[in-house]
Design a protein around this ligand. Structure first.
Ligand code: GDP
Ligand code: IMO
Ligand code: MG
Length: 431
């Protein structure tokens, strides 16, 4: 992945999230000096399996499991300090050395307790099926220029002013939502002041640190959260998250120049999943959907909700390749398909007499879309021990070849299991 000329790499989800970004970042972090999260917040759930242990990272970059790698939470993230410290303490309890190598941008906005209350109570959040982690309300405050940033914890008077405005606004929203719950200024201040010394100890100008690291030739991994189809601009709006999940968001969310990005690895499952509401054109019929969900253990890492499952959607991933400028694909969970008799890949959407091969912006078209499928025979044998493409059954290779040509992006990695070693590096230098 990293070589003498490729030093700054973005890892991005190219479907609806949960593609296996955590696993890929963990694998690639072995050769990274820095891993930086650039957007989202504790809505993310990135799973990494090491030996018998499994770690689910929500806000801390997945590089933290490699000793010596520096990890940072960029300005584009909306950071929940309460859950950050729970996460840090759990890692420490598991023997992970976090001390002195985790940084938080002083420009990052805080997810306040009242953002979570509003997110959980709002009818709009329920309609979208949000994670309830306060992400939308925190980004709303950021864009409306009334948010609270990490650096505001340094000034208690200013903090109290911002919190008072935030609590008033949140309580009015809670009342309109019909909720009996109310936020309190004093309680919010007490929570923040208790966390402030610890959080300010991690606060840094992350953009400057990463800039200097780049100048010194460091290998930098920028870790995306969610997926391209959940991007606020490019996703299935309004069934999206509230940030730019795509590569465009990586530079602004870390605080470096877009010109510094040299490579973009798109992580995709060998099929498709989605948690929450909104279109999923290739969604499987029952009982096959439940069967695939069981095979892939498709239950949300953050909320435990069952994930909706569908066939691989080539229209979606080709679109994601375009908006992200993907230089390589990492196909994950190929092993989940090992026992299926046959597999389908969607190459277009039929609406009336027209076939769309470019992903449409208008959800009303997607609602009417009938996927056009190409069918492939299953390989009906385990791929979990494959460590090179030649170890894979011919039918699996044919399937992967079609994904590659359909998405117009070379495959750089194929993942065949949850463990670190269950991965095939294909054109490792391409990504
Ligand atoms: P992320 O949000 O993109 O990091 O993905 P999640 O961690 O939410 O979901 C991916 C799930 O698939 C996790 O439970 C991973 O351990 C698991 N996983 C990742 N790659 C593979 C793979 O190649 N095969 C199998 N069977 N599981 C995988
Ligand atoms: P990772 O990083 C899958 C979905 C929610 C909901 C929508 C908006 O693990 O891939 P939000 O709470 O962000 O306002 O919810 O986005 N969503 C995710 N789906 N993986 C995620 O993260 C997600 N983060 C948010 O289910 O549909
Ligand atoms: Mg996840």
């Amino acid at each position: 992945m990293f070589d003498s000329t490729t030093r700054t790499v973005v890892v991005v989800g190219a479907q609806w999230g949960d593609e296996g970004k955590g696993k890929l970042v963990d694998v690639l972090a072995e050769r990274a000096d820095w891993v930086v999260r650039y957007q989202g917040g504790a809505n993310a759930g990135h799973t990494v399996h090491i030996g018998d242990k499994s770690f689910i990272l929500h806000q801390i970059p997945s590089g933290i499991l490699h000793p010596g790698v520096r990890c940072a939470i960029g300005n584009g993230v909306v950071m929940d300090p309460e859950t950050l410290f729970t996460e840090i303490d759990e890692l420490i309890a598991d023997g992970v050395d976090v001390e002195g190598r985790l940084y938080v941008s002083e420009r990052a906005h805080l997810v306040m307790p009242y953002h979570k209350l509003v997110d959980k109570a709002s009818a709009a959040s329920k309609a979208i099926g949000t994670t309830g982690r306060g992400i939308g309300p925190a980004y709303e405050d950021k864009v409306a220029r009334r948010g609270v940033r990490v650096l505001d914890l340094r000034n208690v008077e200013r903090l109290r002013e911002l919190v008072t405005l935030g609590v008033d606004r949140a309580n009015a929203q809670l009342e309109r939502s019909g909720s009996d719950v109310r936020a309190s200024v004093d309680e919010t201040m007490a929570t923040l002041q208790a966390l402030a010394p610890r959080l300010l100890g991690l606060a840094e100008d992350v953009g400057l640190c990463v800039h200097r690291a780049i100048k010194n030739g460091a290998a930098i991994l920028l870790e995306g959260a969610q997926g391209s189809l959940l991007d606020i601009d490019h996703g299935t709006y309004p069934f999206v998250t509230s940030s730019n999940t795509t590569v465009g968001g990586a530079a602004t969310g870390v605080g470096i120049s877009p010109m510094a990005l040299q490579s973009a690895l798109g992580v995709v499952k060998a099929y498709t999943t989605r948690v929450g509401n909104g279109p999923l054109p290739t969604e499987l019929e029952e009982p096959l959907q439940s069967h695939v969900r069981q095979l892939g253990h498709e239950f949300g890492a953050t909320t435990g909700r069952p994930r909706r499952c569908g066939w691989f959607d080539g229209v979606v991933v080709r679109y994601a390749a375009r908006v992200n400028g993907l230089t390589g694909l990492a196909i994950t969970k190929l092993d989940v398909l090992d026992t299926l008799d046959e597999l389908a890949v969607c190459t277009g959407y039929k609406v009336g007499n027209e076939v769309y091969t470019e992903f449409p912006a208008d959800l009303s078209l997607l609602e009417k879309a009938e996927p056009v499928y190409e069918w492939f025979p299953g390989w009906k044998q385990s791929t979990q021990d494959a460590r090179s493409l030649s170890d894979l059954p011919a039918a699996a290779r044919a399937y992967l070849d079609r994904l590659e040509s359909l998405c117009e992006t070379p495959i750089a990695f194929v993942s065949v299991g949850t463990r670190r070693d269950q991965i095939i590096g294909v054109h490792a230098t391409v990504a």
